[in-house]
Design a protein around this ligand. Sequence first.
Ligand code: FAD
Length: 287
Amino acid sequence: MKIIDLLKSPKVCVSCELFPPKKGSELEHAQEIVRTIAIQGVDYMSVTYGAGGTAVGKSVALVSEIERCGVPALAHLTCVGADEGKIEGVLDQLKDAHVENVLALRGDLPQGQDHPLGDYAHASDLVKKIKSYGDFCVGGATYPEGHPEAAGLDEDLEHTKMKVEAGCDFLVTQMFFDNSMFYNFMYRLLAKGIQVPVVAGIMPVTNLKQIEKIFTLSGTPVPAPLRAMAERFADHPAALKQAGMAYAIGQIVDLIANGFTNIHIYTMNKPEIIGGIRSNLSEIIRC
Ligand code: FAD
């Protein structure tokens, strides 16, 4: 099933993200997580792609398992450092696994590198390639704060527009913790003429280290209430998990109330998180 059909429907669409295991021996456990989430119920699941194509076999094994469970899979694919043959090889594997949806990404540049590497300089080049190679529904990333390499949000939005013009069917946002910032971003996106569905990325924060990492890696600002919450419950993991989920649920209810019905949850391979969030939203999802 093509994800764009879910995103264009007025119904609430809740998806979640998984990452492939680092060690081969953990693959069976990751596949078990997929099966658990499929039983709990989710509209689609995405699987990340290791920087530079590391663990590609495990990413493909996980998206295959998702499809086997009868849930649409969204395979992330990065192009940094990749040549055409490698990209076509992965797309062939996805076709064989009946995966119809790909999130086209450039990937982070290796440290010290400041210009693109490989046959595809930008995600928009990868979008064009995927669209010409098969009948895939293609998504792209977008950044409510602007991508860290861009001179500013306006420049970054020009590049996002190029991604959409290249054939991107939908966009998924970097995680954010302040909905008002997302609403401002949506106005700017619309003002640029970008009209494809936008999926809001929500990360339930469940430990203090995660907050520090998010800020360092993505530059996403952490609002004071979230930081206070993480610090207050830092030594009480179960309480922090509950508080982090409650914060995420608050964001999701506000998004749905304001008409943004496509929500992607960064679950960090924890089925209890997506299960807990979905059960808290059961009536909201239905109306
Ligand atoms: P691009 O869209 O190519 O943008 C990268 C930078 O280049 C931006 O600053 C942009 O403004 C600029 N740019 C774009 N086009 C042009 C142009 N034509 N000329 C000049 N500048 C241009 N990483 C992984 O390794 N694996 C994953 O699975 C993964 N999943 C992700 C999922 C989501 C939802 C998000 C938001 C990010 C994900 N990332 C993942 C991280 C992502 O790979 C990095 O943020 C990366 O640095 C940028 O990728 P992009 O696809 O946004 O690149």
